[in-house]
Ligand binder design. Structure first.
Ligand code: GDP
Ligand code: ZN
Length: 309
């Protein structure tokens, strides 16, 4: 039998069979794929082959090769990693301009890692109902301009608006999407609003009960009525990436990648080199200042090591 892992807690996982039924399975043995030293052999989104055992329990026998996956370090200094999710068609970063304000550096870091994993990224701008001042309207327009220019589709929504929720649900139709973002931006609220059966704890609820904030939570995949699948990753802010070299960082910024080969020096890092096409594009406004500053910020800091938050 084949199915998709919709929840994984290490030694056990919940599998959605191709006929739509769900089955709890045990995970035994060591599934080492492509040399990743991982603390969890099976991740949400994995396509698995399972078999029924004599005692009627079910067991994962095989994991299909992943088209992609995202990881974070198991612990800060650990070489081992934790696979968060696999086989995603897209990642959505949910951001807000206020309550809380998502920083552009956070967005750019996230997009850089999505580029490194070769997963198409889109931006969901939530809580637009709160953007009623001219200043916040300006911020909204700016953010859309910056990121659409870089090639990332932006969708402004308010979870409190049914029409927007329907619009968002249509984005997820027939695809496997991961939704990431800072805590409090409305990820759980959106998933709940798309299907009230889900009933994921939102921040306001967990505050009431003084719980849920720091408990260990696992990524989980939700099936929408329209055939879309959403992976929610509670507590995950950003991903770690291991194959990101400083020298390649500009390739993870689509606006800079477009200018490859146009700088005077082949190995130009676009910092202060003469006749740098990237710096010129920043000067003419073709590349937004914030994107370039965040490039420098990530390049010069040890951010590349700190992606795992
Ligand atoms: P998560 O941590 O990203 O899952 O965020 P939650 O879904 O828990 O939402 C955090 C808080 O934001 C809750 O109190 C929600 O009611 C509120 N919220 C979610 N979406 C919206 C929105 O579109 N507008 C406003 N004003 N509040 C929202
Ligand atoms: Zn350059």
């Amino acid at each position: 039998m084949q199915g998709t892992v919709i929840k994984s807690t290490g030694s056990a996982c919940l599998v959605r069979l191709d006929n739509g039924k769900r089955l709890s399975c045990t995970v035994r043995g060591n599934f080492r794929i492509k040399g990743i030293q991982s603390t969890n052999p099976v991740a949400v989104g994995d396509i698995v082959t399972i078999s029924k055992q004599k005692d009627d329990s079910a067991q994962v026998d095989e994991i299909a090769e992943r088209t992609n996956y995202i990881i974070r370090k198991a612990t800060k200094l650990s070489k081992r990693s934790h696979i968060i999710a696999a086989n995603m068609d897209r990642v959505f970063l949910m951001v807000t301009l206020t309550n809380p304000k998502t920083h552009l550096l956070f967005i750019d870091r996230f997009l850089v890692t999505a580029e490194a994993y070769h997963i198409p990224a889109e931006i969901l701008i939530n809580k637009t109902d709160l953007c009623d001042s001219p200043a916040l309207q300006d911020d909204l327009n700016t953010i859309i301009k910056i990121y659409e220019h870089a090639g990332y589709p932006c969708h402004s929504i308010s979870v409190f608006n049914n029409k927007d929720v329907a619009r968002a649900a249509a984005l997820f139709k027939g695809k496997v999407s991961l939704v990431a973002g800072n805590s409090g931006v409305g990820k759980s609220s959106l998933i709940n609003a798309m299907d009230p059966r889900f009933d994921i704890k939102t921040a306001s609820i967990s505050k009431k009960h003084q719980s849920g904030k720091h408990t260990t939570t696992f990524a989980e995949m939700y099936e929408l009525a329209n055939g879309g699948f959403i992976i929610d990753t509670p507590g995950l802010k950003s991903f770690a990436t291991y194959d990101l070299e400083k020298e390649d960082l500009s390739h993870r910024f689509p606006e800079m990648r477009n200018l490859i080969g146009q700088c005077k020096f082949d190995n130009c890092q676009h910092i202060s080199e003469p006749k740098c096409a990237v710096i010129q594009a920043v000067e003419t406004g073709q590349i937004p200042t914030s994107r370039y500053e965040n490039y420098l910020n990530i390049y010069q800091g040890d951010e590349l090591e700190r992606f795992s938050n």
